[in-house]
Design a binder for this molecule. Structure first.
Ligand code: ATP
Ligand code: MG
Ligand code: MG
Length: 589
């Protein structure tokens, strides 16, 4: 078998380790902003941040990017942690970007003293106007050459709580004519005057993303900092600030005391600093990501919470019945590249099916039931038959299913007037009942119907010689094998079927179009894009008792129907199941 080549990210790790870079140490981080739940896009980042650290003996830390002093949301923090663990990963430490506010402040003060940063008192609009364009240089701020002492004082004032937000910002002094627009004296601190969950009202001036991320990477000893492609043009600035920080460290008596640098012990001497590498974001057809949109779906009640099985969140997919292994298989299949792509939902589902096939317990459930009476089977008698739990894994064993005179089958497995190609139950025709007998539908009196002509009962006889396991079971028939459950012990169940959430294949583009071209925004746009027919709740299904007793989140295959999962709403009296995915690809027409 041909060996699959490594992704460029993994190859880079291998090469770096082989060259002994950073003293042979490898460290990553996963940096979510605690302002929502993780979605399937995050799983792609998690799979390398945690996955490669695990594979190459490195360390991955969870770093909450809490530079925005938004209101407390321990709910988000706890759920992010839970989702990462569910995916099968663990972190060495949990850090917060706010852990480094003091270091970032001290670093900024040093930059001011070095005349590499200044306080600008112009408005955001004026600063924006002075930026210039990609083809023309910008204009220097009149405050650019103010005395260092003045900037130092004003920077203190920015943090005093007395400075009005927007009145002043701290800017790095780089080059207002630089071809990379981000180098035209970028803002590095702004005033917010909002207390922070972790640091209280200690800070009123907060660092900007570009001045934070690389610095946090540095202060933790991160060697490989992976992010998505939109940060490509930020990388030179990332490198510049990391370089400046190294310089600053060189001036300190005990630089290893900063941040968490001490954790790397004597490898500190070999630490070359973090390196940013970008990979392509996960984009999936039929799916809308981005926390902003997902938050709207939840807050507007367009779905039932973050873990609604229609949500592309990790917790939504978990509840839907996606497995961590299936998700990881998919990430491996699509790989990591330098080109943005739109991945196919059908490929995701096929990766899932491959995994669910190995772990799902095969059970019988009838979603649209109609009763069959087996007229030659003794009344009041039941017998127990054996069903294999999973033909893919013998170790999963077997369970018993009950057979009796009355059973439920699917309504569409019977036709009173059958077409020629109909291989299921019809007058005079034989079918096999899975794990049980061959039955034959009466020719004389095949069924009863109600006043509307709807079939209420089907009449059949069974062939006692064809019981599964007996030699007679090998008798060849034209009809198919049907699934069924015994009326005597079947449990009534609710089954939730999910259709596409969006009407279009590329909801991201449509949202953009609605917002930009039609001025329809936020919840209104989402409402308009939604497939109104995205959920079917079936409340009159019947399931065998074995399946009704399984704990929430069990992986099942309803034979002949699809993969299903036990919903946490289930009670022993009323089990509830979510359809995960069908047995066949239904995305392509
Ligand atoms: P969103 O834009 O959906 O809100 P985000 O990037 O703002 O996502 P963060 O919490 O900042 O969310 O992301 C944490 C990490 O997950 C980042 O390293 C980010 O690059 C990565 N990430 C987010 N979305 C995707 C995606 N679609 N594919 C791959 N990685 C992603
Ligand atoms: Mg973000
Ligand atoms: Mg974002």
């Amino acid at each position: 078998e041909e060996k699959k080549s490594l992704s460029f990210v993994e190859q880079m790790v291998k090469d770096d380790l082989a060259e002994g870079k950073n003293g042979g140490r490898m460290q990553t981080r996963f940096p979510p902003e605690p302002n929502g739940y993780l979605h399937i896009g995050h799983a792609k980042a998690i799979a390398i941040d945690f996955g490669l650290a695990k594979k190459y003996g490195g360390e991955c830390n969870l770093r909450f990017d809490d530079t925005n002093p938004v209101k407390e949301d321990t709910e988000f923090i706890e759920n992010i942690e839970q989702d990462i663990k569910w995916l099968g990963y663990d972190w060495a430490h949990v850090y917060y970007a706010s852990d480094y506010f003091q270091e970032l402040w001290d670093f900024a003060v040093w930059l001011i003293k070095q005349d590499r940063a200044y306080v600008d008192e112009q408005s955001a609009e004026v600063i924006a106007q002075q930026k210039g364009t990609t083809t023309s240089p910008g204009t220097n701020s009149p405050y650019r050459d103010r005395p260092v002492e003045e900037s130092l004082k004003l920077f203190e004032f920015m943090n005093s709580g007395k400075c009005e937000p927007g009145k002043m910002v701290l800017r790095a002094k780089i080059d207002m004519a630089h071809p990379n627009m981000l180098f035209r004296d970028p803002l590095i601190y702004r005033v917010l005057n909002i207390p922070h969950v972790k640091t209280g009202d200690k800070w009123n001036a907060y660092p900007m993303y570009d001045f934070t991320h690389g610095q946090c990477d540095f202060l933790e000893g991160v060697t490989h900092s992976w992010c998505t492609l939109e940060f490509v043009e930020h990388r030179p600035l990332y490198d510049l600030f990391v370089g400046w920080m190294k310089e600053w460290l060189g001036t300190l008596e005990n630089p290893q005391k900063l941040g968490y640098l001490e954790n790397m012990g004597d490898k500190f001497a070999d630490f070359e600093g973090p390196r940013q590498t970008e990979f392509n974001k996960l984009n999936l057809n039929y799916i809308l990501l981005s926390k902003r949109n997902l938050r709207t779906l939840v807050s507007e009640g367009l779905v039932n919470g973050w873990d609604d099985p229609r949500m592309p969140t990790i917790c939504g997919f978990r509840r839907r019945g996606y497995s961590p292994e299936g998700i990881k298989n998919f990430m491996e299949k699509i790989g990591y590249t330098k080109i943005d792509a739109l991945n196919d939902m059908a490929l995701f589902e096929s990766a899932l099916r491959d995994d669910l096939n190995t772990r799902a317990l095969r059970v019988s459930a009838v979603l649209d039931p109609v009763k069959v009476v087996i007229t030659n089977y003794p009344e009041g008698q039941q017998e127990m038959l054996t069903a294999i739990n999973n033909p893919e894994n013998e170790a999963d064993g077997t369970h018993e299913v009950e057979f009796s005179r009355e059973i439920w089958i699917e309504r569409d497995d019977f036709m009173e007037v059958a077409e020629k190609k109909f291989m299921r139950l019809a007058p005079g025709k034989e079918v096999r009942l899975k794990n049980a007998y061959i039955i034959k539908c009466d020719e004389e009196h095949p069924c009863d119907k109600d006043a509307d002509g709807k079939v209420t009962t089907i009449y059949c006889t069974y062939d006692p010689e064809t019981r599964s396991g007996l030699p007679g079971a090998n008798r060849k028939i034209k009809g198919k094998t049907l699934h069924w459950v015994s009326c005597h012990n079947a449990v009534k169940a609710e089954v939730r079927l999910y259709e596409r959430l969006w009407k279009m294949e590329n909801p991201r583009d449509e949202l953009k179009r609605l917002e930009e071209e039609e001025g329809i925004k936020g919840a209104d746009a989402l409402r308009q894009m939604m497939n109104p027919d995205n959920l079917h709740i079936l409340t009159d299904c019947y399931i065998e008792p074995f399946a009704a007793k399984l704990p929430a989140l069990s992986y099942l295959q309803f034979q002949r129907i699809g993969y299903f999962n036990v919903d946490p709403d289930s009670t022993p009296e009323k089990p509830v199941f979510n359809k995960t995915v069908g047995l066949k690809d239904t995305w392509k027409k």
